[in-house]
Design a protein around this ligand. Structure first.
Ligand SMILES: C[C@@]1(CC(=O)O)C2=NC(=C\c3[nH]c(c(CCC(=O)O)c3CC(=O)O)Cc3[nH]c(c(CC(=O)O)c3CCC(=O)O)/C=C3\N/C(=C\2)[C@@H](CCC(=O)O)[C@]3(C)CC(=O)O)/[C@H]1CCC(=O)O
Ligand SMILES: NC(=O)c1ccc[n+]([C@@H]2O[C@H](COP(=O)([O-])OP(=O)(O)OC[C@H]3O[C@@H](n4cnc5c(N)ncnc54)[C@H](O)[C@@H]3O)[C@@H](O)[C@H]2O)c1
Length: 211
């Protein structure tokens, strides 16, 4: 079996076409909401939640119709999630080979798999079993949510700003590594004075002579 290549896509401003407006389309749309993608849902009907989502979001559009080939024009990413297998297969056949397409009821006709996703701000976990057991993916995600709890959201902001500061101010490779490694530590995760701790650490490291 060819192994999938996992990546984290930047969908900002890209057109994403979702075919179908049921439970699975709803789940896939939810995952796309904070990506900045322009989402187009093609379906004769929508779930109540999708109706609500549409009202509160100017980047989501509904084409109230059944799927036809022109719905794929300009789509960067496509998800076929109708309850009609023939329509889903048709989407797979009509897509261009440069378009990313997920056929929700047929992984073999898809060129990407939607993983189970856990987000803690800038920290993202995407879990996949290569289609073998979505239930296991989901279970592992729930475990990750417990281990990597809400604290990680702020912690990632701290790590991000420290790293930017270090990359802008430290040229010595050893000191750079020393600083970036030291802050990836539970002491910093749990500290409510980590910015001050970092300045002390930075001054110590920078004043030390390397042999
Ligand atoms: C992770 C998650 C993301 C999401 O969809 O958002 C996801 N499925 C989830 C749940 C889930 N899906 C299904 C069940 C019922 C139990 C069961 O059937 O096993 C449950 C469990 C539940 O609902 O709890 C049914 C199912 N799923 C697929 C098929 C078709 C087939 O296998 O042929 C069928 C049969 C349909 C039918 O019977 O008609 C296919 C796929 N589902 C995938 C993703 C991709 C592989 C992921 C991986 O590699 O692990 C892949 C290949 C396609 C894709 O979507 O890219 C999400 C969990 C989110 C979370 O909780 O975090
Ligand atoms: N990938 C996954 O994780 C996963 C999980 C469960 C089910 N599935 C599969 O996903 C598919 C959708 O499941 P669901 O629970 O959302 O079904 P659903 O019945 O809730 O919704 C189906 C939607 O597709 C629309 N539709 C039907 N024909 C259409 C057409 N020709 N053009 C446009 N829209 C059309 C319907 O109007 C409806 O809005 C099924 O094939 C199911 O086997 C996938």
């Amino acid at each position: 079996m060819n192994s999938p290549y996992p990546i984290h896509l930047n969908l900002y401003g890209k057109k994403v076409s979702i075919i179908g407006g049921g439970a699975i389309a709803e789940r896939k749309v939810k995952q796309l909401l904070d990506t900045g993608a322009i989402i187009e849902i093609i379906s004769p009907d929508l779930t109540v939640t999708l109706h609500e989502t549409l009202k509160g979001n100017e980047n989501i559009f509904w084409k109230k119709k059944r799927f036809t080939s022109e719905d794929l024009v300009d789509a960067f990413l496509i998800i076929a999630a109708t309850n009609d297998r023939e329509t889903n297969q048709l989407v797979g056949k009509l897509k261009n080979n440069y378009q990313l397409a997920n056929i929700a009821d047929d992984p073999s006709a898809s060129n990407f798999i939607v993983p189970s996703i856990v987000k803690r701000g800038k920290l993202t976990f995407s879990v996949s079993t290569s289609g073998a057991s979505p239930t296991l993916s989901s279970k592992i995600s729930r475990q990750l949510e417990e281990v990597y709890d809400q604290r990680y959201e702020d912690y990632l902001e701290f790590l991000d700003s420290c790293r930017k500061f270090v990359l802008a101010n430290v040229t010595d490779k050893v000191k750079k590594k020393q600083l970036l490694s030291a802050i990836v530590n539970h002491t910093y995760l749990d500290s409510n004075k980590r910015e001050a701790d970092f300045i002390v650490l930075y001054n110590n490291v920078m004043s030390t002579q390397i042999e």
